[in-house]
Design a protein around this ligand. Sequence first.
Ligand SMILES: [Zn+2]
Length: 287
Amino acid sequence: MADNELTRISRKSQYLPNDITLDTPAEPEKLLHPSLRKSIKYCEESSPNDIENIESQNGYRIFTDGSKHDEKEIANPNSYNSLVVVIHKILHQCQTKNLSIKLLWVKGHSGIPGNETADLAAKSAATSHRAYDFTQFPMSYIRHINSQRTAAEMKSFYSQNNQSIYTKYLLPTYEDLTKFTQLLKPNFAMTQFLSNHGYHKEYLHRFKITYDDKCPCDSSSIQSMAHLVQRCPVFSRTRANHEIACTLLKIKPYDMTEIISKESSVESFKNHITHIVNNLKNLNGSR
Ligand SMILES: [Zn+2]
């Protein structure tokens, strides 16, 4: 994305004050030797009771309610982020001195006393007009903000764009569409199904490519995508497999938002669509 590049070049971000600049990645020799690198594991403890249990154990514990995104960066033993490199070094030093350090993730604003105290301290620091202790941001932060913005833009494009009426009928929200394409991996067959642009005669006839729009199965039904998927007897075998799978799962076999909620219905539906698309040319060319 253009903004990522711009940030990389200018070392500043439109989302942050000008005196906060892009973090310079650590030089490779600053990282721990590869044989000493370990990924950091966070324990998740969220209820006050869990915390009490943990507090009764030996060793040091560091609690955080930070974002999962930051945690991922901190956990990465090969990160070049200058702060993360320092964290890994400190943890390694503690380990060589047999100091046990546990990192724990807690849910913020959920009444955990230590967490509330830390929140108050952070609030007072933010209003104290003190200079920042650390004035650099990592590139991953900007990439994260920009990918969230892109998703939001795509979402509003999908809800306002009239060209995808058919797709929207199948998958009403952008989240549904994203989930669908992630689960089914867009291949030739799925794209035809999703866009309603394919070798089915209703579509071909609209562009005067075929003489009529009737399905050869009975020469009277319009060969729409819905006919092929839900009714055409030629594809009854893969349809039955899909419908049985959906009956067992207690979901509606042609409701896309329900199909994408279960792995086995996704699989049976994908088989059905792929079978139809792969055999459609043959079916239409045979009569
Ligand atoms: Zn048919």
